[in-house]
Design a protein around this ligand. Sequence first.
Ligand code: GDP
Ligand code: MN
Length: 377
Amino acid sequence: MKVHEYQARDILQKAGIPVPEGGVAVTVDEALAFAVKIGFPVVLKAQVLVGGRGKAGGVKVVKTEDGLKETFEQIKALTIKGYPVEKIFVVKAIDIQKEVYMAITIDNAKDDVVLIASSAGGVDIEETAKTNPEKIQKFYLEGQRDIDEHRWVDFISNVFDGAQAQAQGTKIFQKLLDVFFQKDCTLAEINPLVVNEQGQWLAADAKMNFDDNALFRQDEVAALRDMAYEDPDEVEAKECDLSFVKLDGNVGCIVNGAGLAMGTMDIIKLLGGEPANFLDVGGSSNPEKVLNALKIILKNEKVKAVLINIFGGITRCDDIANGILEARKQLDLNVPLVVRLTGTNEEEAKELLAQNGISIFSTMREAVLKVVETVSD
Ligand code: GDP
Ligand code: MN
């Protein structure tokens, strides 16, 4: 899960990291009120959950009321990487002397937390990473939760010049590390961390991503979710306790078990088809789940057929069959269903479906061949 810059900034501020004063506005009058309170010049910043706002014209310094009004409307009219700008963050402009990049994330390949920093921070950091990778410094925690002081000096002295800046940088990194662990972040990034004329270091931009699987214990973070950025079908699926990921193809899939769901998608592709989704109804055999799953899948107009692939262990095939029959009663099933059921209570399920004119396959390959053939007609 991602949060907006203004929300990430609040988290940093609570953790004791210096940030510029600011407020988030929806209307130009709100923005003006904040600017008057803070004092000009201020920066207007589009709040969208994607990077590269600066380069897209979404970050502008304004010096006067008229300038603010004009720039506010310009930014409000932007669509950045497909997302319209709804909120604009108004912050006190900093007289920036230097921009540093600072981030903490997880290196999955190394199975470790890594601190990343560069003295060449700012909007061109991605470019720097490509063209001058030696300018990007990395510090691995090596399984610890804290910074190992013996190794630290080398790292920090490559990023900040002078003892005072290094001390400030270390303090901010330590606080960012506390946030990273306390809030179950997968990314905590400040870019740029800047220093003003008075030599004070401030987080001028903040980006935070959180581990979705930890949200159950992060109520404060979960409450920040912006539904405008979530796929409504995925949200609905989550509420129905289904693991669902939307994809681009036209074969709807209902499968039990994440492994079988992935295997099913592989075989659909292998046999020339394209899955419309990943969907795991889980291990329990509640007929309601099949009904909910079909409801969500059928909302996708691209879907030309639905494959139901169930391996009955704990899941009972007859429960699934009942779910299918119930769905047929309640929903307008305007696409063909291809069903493969095997395992616990398979015979009962076959009989139930046969009585209702639905034939089922026992092997996955037959069922997938059938569904791919159906959508290619
Ligand atoms: P991003 O492009 O989405 O990462 O947006 P940022 O918030 O990082 O802003 C992009 C760039 O705008 C920064 O790297 C700065 O160069 C500039 N910028 C942001 N805030 C200020 C500010 O307070 N004063 C000045 N002079 N420039 C700023
Ligand atoms: Mn930035």
